[in-house]
Write a protein that binds this ligand. Sequence first.
Ligand SMILES: Nc1nc2c(ncn2[C@@H]2O[C@H](COP(=O)(O)OP(=O)(O)OP(=O)(O)O)[C@@H](O)[C@H]2O)c(=O)[nH]1
Ligand SMILES: [Mg+2]
Length: 270
Amino acid sequence: MNKIVIIPTYNEKENISSILDAVFSLNQGYHVLVVDDNSPDGTGAIVSDLFSKYPGQLFLEERISKCGLGTAYIHGFKWSLDRGYEYIFEMDADFSHNPKDLERLYLACKEGGADLAVGSRYVKGGKILNWPFDRHLYSRGGAIYTKLITWMPVNDPTAGFVCYTSKVLNAINLDEIDFVGYAFQIAMKFTAWKLGFKIKEVPITFQDRLIGVSKMSSKILKEGMIGVLRIQWQSLFGNYHKRVTNNNNSAKIIEAKFSPEKKMVAKVVK
Ligand SMILES: Nc1nc2c(ncn2[C@@H]2O[C@H](COP(=O)(O)OP(=O)(O)OP(=O)(O)O)[C@@H](O)[C@H]2O)c(=O)[nH]1
Ligand SMILES: [Mg+2]
């Protein structure tokens, strides 16, 4: 029990069973945690119905309402760390990330010496299929902008297909990563890099979602633009390093997770 894939979902009823089947049919020992935000289309119920098919491998955390991708991952990270997983993956539900690439991310950490491995569209061998021009523009432009502002040596900073080793997530004060969209992905990598962890980019082919509805919004883009400036500013002139360093022991993390106000947001359905 050492590899878990976190899949955040909001209205993914068309994709969820096929993506779960695709991960489990790899037969490579992956567990999956779905963090669903009470999707009105019943995504959570579809996952619950699959518990008997994948006993002890499939888990669901159902939150009360849509709280954003970033907080869904933070919730999933804490859940996974509390249960002792060593390799913790981020993956979308919409098949933009190919589950067959999970193993290459895993090996980059397990055997390639990386502390976190990023499924990258912008290194040699990386590709994007079927994206409209404007998405290319935002994504590529965002990557160049992030590199210019932060100087972080990562070509695909907004990538959402990642393998984190538990030592990286344990070292970060996850309560201080308070972004929702692309900024969350950038801030996680930036923090890991600032804390001295080794990041490796693994080329992947990313493809546009075939079914289901995009949750991309101008708010998420704006958060990304401003968020990059904010983290670099705080890193240069503020106390970013101190703030994002986790000085708590694991007992304190568990205490925080089950604090009364967190319980209001997160309801465990297992
Ligand atoms: N739990 C949770 N999951 C979310 C939320 N927003 C998006 N997701 C999920 O996060 C993953 C990525 O979201 P997408 O809508 O695919 O975002 P994107 O990849 O930028 O955009 P498209 O591929 O164009 O749809 C998907 O699995 C979504 O269902 C949210 O607020 N809460
Ligand atoms: Mg997507």
